[in-house]
Write a protein that binds this ligand. Sequence first.
Ligand SMILES: C[S@@+](CC[C@H](N)C(=O)[O-])C[C@H]1O[C@@H](n2cnc3c(N)ncnc32)[C@H](O)[C@@H]1O
Length: 288
Amino acid sequence: MKIRPGVRRIAKAPGKQADGAGKRRKQTGGSKFKSTTESQRLISRYHTLLKLEAAAQKENRPEDAEKYALEREALGGIDSYQKASIFGESTQQNGEFSSSAWVLKDIESRTEQRTDTPLRLLDVGCVVDHYATTPVSADCIDLNPQADGIIKADLIEYLPGARAVYDAVVLSLCVNFEGDAQKRGRMLAKAATLTRPGGRIYLVLPLACVSNSRYMKHGRIVAMMKALGCGDHSVTKTSKLAMYIFTMGEEGCSGDPTRVFPRKLCRGGAQRNNFCIILDGGEGDDNG
Ligand SMILES: C[S@@+](CC[C@H](N)C(=O)[O-])C[C@H]1O[C@@H](n2cnc3c(N)ncnc32)[C@H](O)[C@@H]1O
């Protein structure tokens, strides 16, 4: 799959028409943050509140859930969270990782040639569209778009018109953003249904989600993705991140997407975190 320099990015397709979720917002990049310590603090607290809120909802503690939701709003809501992400990226102080650079490097390294059609990519949880000036044809979606060209959509409900439409689906630091373990699993399942046989899913998680969680470890992620139809995989671990590339198996030799992966203790210890992904055997497509 060779990227041809000079191939122009084609119009966004097919998501806009199919899911009716094509609302756009203006760029709102102006920052209220003075330092990355400040922006990181907000990001970290926001993640914690999302998890607490999801747990409170699951455990039928609506008052607690509301309390956490109110604190998120008091922090400025998802808008502030995303501005903090954009600020961090702009300062380059925590910008050693660029998911698009990593993804594009992998795509370029592939030997498969597709010179007639630009590669079709879905970037999920896209705060800044880094693919706009590249030769791939990218659909970028986010729950709360911060820039023109990013489609407002939830991956779990996203209907781009057909199954297996993408050559590549990128889930960079967005599965861990979701506070609900079952919804995280649904995001993975949906990504698998949207990726064509032989296509790739790029999954980036904070390393602690697989290396220091009570409920998640590397082998379990791989087993889940296998059940969802992935064949080969590779993983690169940095001091902060686990970066997976999964290749979807060919049609007919897929896994078992109905297989259930419940919450299961993988390792004990007081210093562990509770990150978890649950596969409930659903198809990852809430819209049938
Ligand atoms: C930390 S940012 C990730 C930014 C970027 N992908 C990166 O690698 O730096 C997480 C983003 O994921 C988005 N997100 C989380 N769950 C999502 C979902 N189900 N569908 C679409 N976007 C989602 C959030 O709105 C948020 O903007």
